[in-house]
Design a protein around this ligand. Structure first.
Ligand SMILES: Nc1ncnc2c1ncn2[C@@H]1O[C@H](COP(=O)(O)OP(=O)(O)O)[C@@H](O)[C@H]1O
Ligand SMILES: [Mg+2]
Length: 274
């Protein structure tokens, strides 16, 4: 990738572990208040075709939660259902105490939900700064303070402030998308495959930034194709398969679960020829 100019010694698979290693079981977090709660969601795009078949998911205040699972499992659909972009046929979604089932994405932004879709997540013809302004359009007065925060988190965005988003590398565009979602100071940030298409170094960078954002108090729900990395960085994970919860546990527990390894993490499956 064009901007992959970082120290080559940084390419270690576990570069992020320098930031402190796999997080420990967040007992204090899971006993705390729930920020986001999806119960028994049945949802789909086409009438009578259900993609989600009774999904459950919760994110506690301050928690970093991952969703992994095979392609087509319904991971993106779960985020879209939470964001009112896929019809919910039954079940509920709560944001704190508020029932937000079926509420539209723009309403949810005002309520403290940030969302970074996997694709088309920046305005290509706008500059970096204009993209960030768009993230703050509901509360323009907050722009200077949030702009300062987001550009301190992603200094590259300050350097690139006047450039159009379509002139950026994939990694920089991802920073713009995440930065824009942070402009309204969300309580919870929903990320759909933030590391997709990035080099290993930039993937690490994304995970490290996510962890920083989380440590500063923002709950994160992250869908990831890169299952192993995801489970290494989150507090808790969900394995989704065919629109249903398959496994749930701390990242560490899931990483060590033989069934999860065999079915979803690949190593054992390959090692045993299965
Ligand atoms: N807009 C859509 N209209 C109809 N079907 C869709 C749409 N988006 C996704 N699907 C279908 O929903 C299923 C789950 O897709 P998705 O949630 O994108 O899976 P994942 O993110 O886990 O790879 C797939 O079978 C996919 O073809
Ligand atoms: Mg997806």
């Amino acid at each position: 990738m064009a901007d992959d100019t970082s120290d080559p010694s940084d390419t270690s698979d576990t570069a992020w572990t320098r930031e402190g290693g796999t997080p420990s079981t967040p007992a204090t977090l899971t006993s705390g208040p729930t920020v986001l709660d999806a119960r028994e969601l049945i949802a789909g795009y086409i009438p009578e075709v259900n993609i989600l078949n009774g999904c459950n998911l919760s994110v506690h205040a301050g928690e970093f939660v991952g969703i992994i699972g095979p392609n087509g499992a319904g991971k993106s659909t779960l985020l879209k259902a939470i964001l009112g972009q896929c019809a919910i046929r039954s079940g509920t979604v709560h944001l704190g105490d508020a029932d937000i089932t079926g509420r539209q994405a723009h309403e949810l932004v005002a309520l403290g939900v940030g969302y970074v879709p996997q694709v088309r997540n920046v305005f290509p013809s706008l500059t970096v700064k204009e993209n960030l302004e768009m993230g703050c359009y509901l509360a323009p007065k907050r722009f200077p303070q949030r702009y300062e925060y987001v550009t301190s988190l992603f200094p590259r965005l300050l350097e690139r402030a006047a450039q159009r988003a379509d002139a950026l590398s994939g990694g920089e565009r991802q920073m713009v998308a995440m930065g824009r979602a942070l402009m309204m100071e969300p309580k919870v940030l929903l990320l759909d495959e933030p590391s997709a298409g990035l080099s290993p170094v930039l993937q690490d960078e994304v995970f490290v930034r996510c962890r920083t954002i989380n440590q500063e108090g923002v709950a994160i729900l992250m869908v990831e194709q890169n299952a192993r990395r995801c489970l290494q960085v989150v507090h808790r994970g969900y394995v989704l398969d065919q629109g249903q919860n398959a496994y749930t546990g701390t990242g560490r527990d899931l990483l060590g679960d033989p069934n999860v390894i065999e079915l979803y993490l690949g190593t054992l499956a390959r090692a045993t020829g299965g």
